[in-house]
Design a protein around this ligand. Structure first.
Ligand SMILES: [Cu+2]
Length: 261
């Protein structure tokens, strides 16, 4: 117990975040093929992906899809899940069924409302995106869509193998963000256990031109969150707190095919 308190105090003192929050924006697939229009389901949740919870409340304030230079709306349906498994405290999450009518790269984005994190004495807002390629048209995946905080992929963000290196470039307010922290987490839906706390969130930093690199160790959905600063804001207690404004992006890695090593 004493050790836990010491660790907690030190985490706060060092300004580190042992607990990484992530807006999850996950489509049912990253690639749609075939000759007739298909519908995918997109899910939005605010959670700690590697730890499998807790889920935190949020609501989308802006969202949409950018495809072939056009903007399309997303119509979210609200649901509720327990904040922790078995807990009676319910928090919202959202899903949307989206029919992909034309070939193209569909860039989904979501801007949540501000979330106040008492443990860190700050607000958090994570502007999140994910890309889906449909019907063989791959153009446009590396085009920024003009988000205030945005990860622009340098590695094509669909059709990835486990073991591929994901390269992204971080932009805050349209400018490449040098030397910022990028947190990386696996969306752990199988209850995988890690050997020690540092394994929960992997950390890389952007270089002087805003690029970061991460080699995806196993198959599944992986989230990247570039940590930024979004000014200050007044909380309902009357005090003013800093806003952490992050750029989040999700990619899916596929397992190695059978028969290869
Ligand atoms: Cu949290």
């Amino acid at each position: 117990m004493r050790r836990a308190i010491l660790a907690l105090t030190m985490t706060v003192a060092l300004g580190g975040s042992a607990q990484a929050h992530f807006m999850v924006l996950k489509p049912s697939t990253d690639i749609v093929e075939g000759s007739n229009a298909k519908t995918i389901r997109v899910e939005a949740r605010f959670t700690h992906p590697m730890e499998g919870g807790p889920n935190m409340p949020f609501k989308p304030v802006k969202s949409g899809i950018v495809v072939n230079g056009r903007k399309l709306p997303v119509h979210w349906q609200k649901h509720e899940i327990p904040a922790m498994p078995g807990s009676s405290k319910m928090v919202p999450y959202y899903t949307a069924d989206v029919k992909l009518r034309m070939p193209g790269v569909y860039q989904f984005y979501l801007v949540p409302d501000y979330y106040f994190e008492p443990a860190e004495q700050k607000f958090i807002r994570q502007i999140t995106k994910v890309e889906v390629e449909a019907y063989g048209m791959e153009e446009g995946w590396n085009k920024p869509i003009g988000l205030k905080a945005e990860i622009v992929p340098v590695t094509r963000p669909f059709g990835l193998w486990e073991g591929n290196t994901f390269v992204g470039r971080v932009y805050f307010n349209g400018k490449p963000a040098a030397n910022v922290r990028v947190e990386v987490e696996y969306l752990n839906t199988q209850g995988i256990k890690v050997p020690a706390d540092p394994f929960i969130t992997q950390v890389v930093r952007t270089d002087k031109d805003g690029y970061f690199y991460y080699t995806i160790p196993w198959a599944g959905w992986w989230g990247f969150s570039a940590i930024g600063y979004g000014g200050k804001r007044r909380y309902k207690d009357g005090k003013v707190y800093p806003v952490e404004l992050d750029a989040v992006m999700w990619v899916k890695a596929y397992p190695k095919p059978n028969g290869v090593k």
